[in-house]
Design a protein around this ligand. Sequence first.
Ligand SMILES: [Mg+2]
Length: 259
Amino acid sequence: MTDPDLSITDYDTWVMDLDDTLYPPDNGLAEQMKAHIRDYLRAFYGTDEAGARRIQSDLMANHGTILRGLMVTRNIDPADFLAFERRIDYSALRSDPPLAEALSVLPGRKLVYTNGSAWHAEQTLSRLGLSEHFDGVFDILAGGLVPKPHPDSYARFVERYAIDPTRAMMFDDRSANLAVPSQLGMATVLVSGPAGSRPAPYELLGPRRWRTWDVVGLLRSLTGEALRPSTTQEAIHRTSSPSVSEATASTRKPRARPN
Ligand SMILES: [Mg+2]
């Protein structure tokens, strides 16, 4: 379990994807968002549910996000598309005190980097009880409506926050979103698998590349709290709590620190 690259002093910037990274993907929020997007596609293309699903899949595969695909292929107004977020029911999201605590003891900046909107990120972080633990939210608007994994999105992100990639660690549930960060020199963590599903909180995939199924457990390892996964009770809590999908960006006020 000892990993010389997994030393907290090596990092001053922590980059977290939002949806399916800061909350598990099993609370129905992602499905809810996909359904709202299909509503939009049905109306826009005048198609049925099967047609909307096909278009949704094609746009995602070819452009990374539905929004990007619609902008490139149909020149839509992003605001019209993003209006679906206002219809999301966020009640499935619950606060996550173990994650809040793990984040609170990380030194340096903590940033959310999402393909969704800042508005969606704010709703999500608030529900999760994590709002005060992040110093900024970089959303799809901040990225010039160019989403991860396009290299231009990362270039804007790194410039916006003057990030030294060699001192940054990025977490994301999509491996495709971690390829460019890795090339830039960031340490990366692929968030994949149900929390608490294995005895160790993470595994090494390659040089400065990890995979975890327990973000809290990995953060605890970094902060030296103990090389142990989060407890079963916490794992159950996390598995049954929150979830959403990708949102937007904006700069948030620096979080208040007790001291
Ligand atoms: Mg995600």
